[in-house]
Design a protein around this ligand. Structure first.
Ligand SMILES: Cc1cc2nc3c(=O)[nH]c(=O)nc-3n(C[C@H](O)[C@H](O)[C@H](O)COP(=O)(O)OP(=O)(O)OC[C@H]3O[C@@H](n4cnc5c(N)ncnc54)[C@H](O)[C@@H]3O)c2cc1C
Length: 407
């Protein structure tokens, strides 16, 4: 069978390898001058290849369409990915949070290993080649159209064009156009795993401040829409970023910012009552000291002015003179420090795109379209996304494997 794979990223390279291993004639078309341009920058150049958890633990980290992706993850999980890359000659290591990296800390080792296998299998790689559209004849994918109206015929077409973020890597959302032109529904692509921009002018000067052991909470009409685990975040000047913020962004990207109330819990280990007791104990121990000293015990130095200002308490006020109400207000602000969200960061700076080809139009076992036979969609072009930690690349490999199982 003659198979065309559009896109030489993680999912396209992997699918090409697996399909060619079954003896099919595979042509891999990539618009860039080289394969895996995005792969090179993954994991800050170290490539967090997958996450060494499986089953329910893995699924908990899939944000969108968990049910759809389940069979794909059962077919090919993170153990399979690790096994496969070790077999391709890439030693791996597991770090904090079960994150898997090449032992060399070089993302290029992953791309090169796939490239070597593609060459060994005789996959025809066409670089610097942009696919303009997918050709469908009698409800069947029959080839692609390249620039200059050049047709390439095939018995099956796999769309592995990625999402819409970091467009300089080649992911410019072309797959959404191919899907729409061939009758598929698209879930509006929005940023995921990205920074959050704020309106708060008083927080701009906190740029560079990183917080540990805090929690982020998002509320819609006083109801918790999402709360993160306890972890780290940082102020960027224009807003907030860091692990907790990236995770939060993926869970609120379909809610209008004006309907959202975001807040930081600076003391997630203590409830309001326990924190009130702690504050009172601190006040006793500080005796005649000023309010700024109390804040200094509870917060990083750079937050003292912000808290004093928001609480409308002079920071030189003696702690012993703080009223019950002022103490309560301090506790409330520590537990619920509001951030005035402007928007999510631009999709181009998002680690992944949420949205894409509607999974209702795809067969979960093979990623084949339900509308056009022998047309497949794999990787980030599909409306499936996950947390950071190697989960998104695993989705690329798992969906590639499901697709290959159909050949
Ligand atoms: C900065 C950054 C760091 C990341 N780090 C990690 C990480 O450590 N771990 C992790 O799990 N995930 C990470 N991700 C996410 C992960 O990289 C993606 O989810 C994954 O690469 C998606 O693979 P893909 O094959 O679907 O798409 P892509 O890797 O985006 O590949 C799509 C390919 O298709 C090509 N293409 C597009 N349109 C056409 C066309 N019309 N004709 C020909 N070719 C075309 C593109 O040039 C591109 O090469 C990171 C993302 C970013 C941006």
């Amino acid at each position: 069978m003659k198979v065309i794979v559009i896109g030489g990223g993680a999912s396209g390279c992997f699918a090409s390898i697996l399909i060619a291993s079954k003896g099919h004639d595979v042509t891999l078309i990539e618009k860039n001058e080289k394969l895996g341009k995005k792969l090179y920058i993954t994991g800050k150049g170290r490539c967090n290849l997958t996450n060494a958890v499986t089953g329910g633990e893995f699924l908990k980290n899939v944000v969108t369409n968990q049910k759809f992706i389940m069979s794909s993850l059962v077919r090919f999980n993170s153990n399979d990915t690790m096994g496969y890359f070790k077999e391709l000659g890439v030693p791996l290591k597991i770090e904090r949070g079960n994150r898997v990296f090449p032992e060399s800390d070089k993302a290029s080792d992953i791309t090169r290993a796939m490239e070597r296998r593609l060459h060994t299998l005789g996959v025809n790689i066409m670089l610097n080649t942009n696919v303009e559209s997918v050709i469908v004849s009698d409800g069947h994918a029959s080839g692609v159209l390249l620039g200059g109206n050049k047709k390439l015929n095939a018995d099956a077409v796999v769309v592995a064009t990625g999402g819409k973020s970091y467009h300089l890597t080649g992911s410019t959302g072309d797959g959404y156009k191919f899907a729409e032109e061939t009758g598929h529904r698209i879930v509006e692509p929005v940023p995921a795993l990205c920074a959050i921009l704020l309106n708060d002018k008083d927080l701009e000067k906190l740029s560079g401040l990183s917080l540990k052991n805090v929690k982020l909470v998002a509320r819609v009409k006083d109801k918790i829409a999402y709360e993160t685990e306890v972890g780290e975040m940082l102020f960027t000047g224009s807003g907030v970023s860091g692990p907790l913020v990236l995770t939060m962004s993926s869970h609120i990207n379909r809610i209008l910012p004006q309907n959202l109330v975001l807040s930081i819990d600076f003391k997630p280990a203590l409830d309001n009552f326990a924190l009130f007791q702690r504050v009172n104990r601190d006040i006793v121990s500080l005796k005649a000291k000023q309010f700024s000293s109390l804040l200094g015990l509870l917060l990083p130095q750079s937050l003292i002015d912000v808290f004093a200002h928001r609480l409308k308490i002079n920071k030189t006020k003696k702690v012993s003179q703080l009223s019950q109400e002022e103490r309560q207000n301090l506790v409330s602000l520590l537990k619920n420090f509001p951030l005035d969200m402007k928007s999510l960061d631009d999709i181009d700076r998002a680690v992944v795109t949420s949205g894409g080809v509607n999974v209702k139009d795809l067969k979960p076992k093979s990623m084949e379209s339900k509308l056009v036979s022998k047309l497949y969609f794999i990787g980030e072009v599909i409306d499936v996304d996950a947390h950071t930690g190697g989960f998104n690349l695993q989705l690329a490999f798992s969906t590639a494997s499901s697709c290959a199982s159909d050949f």
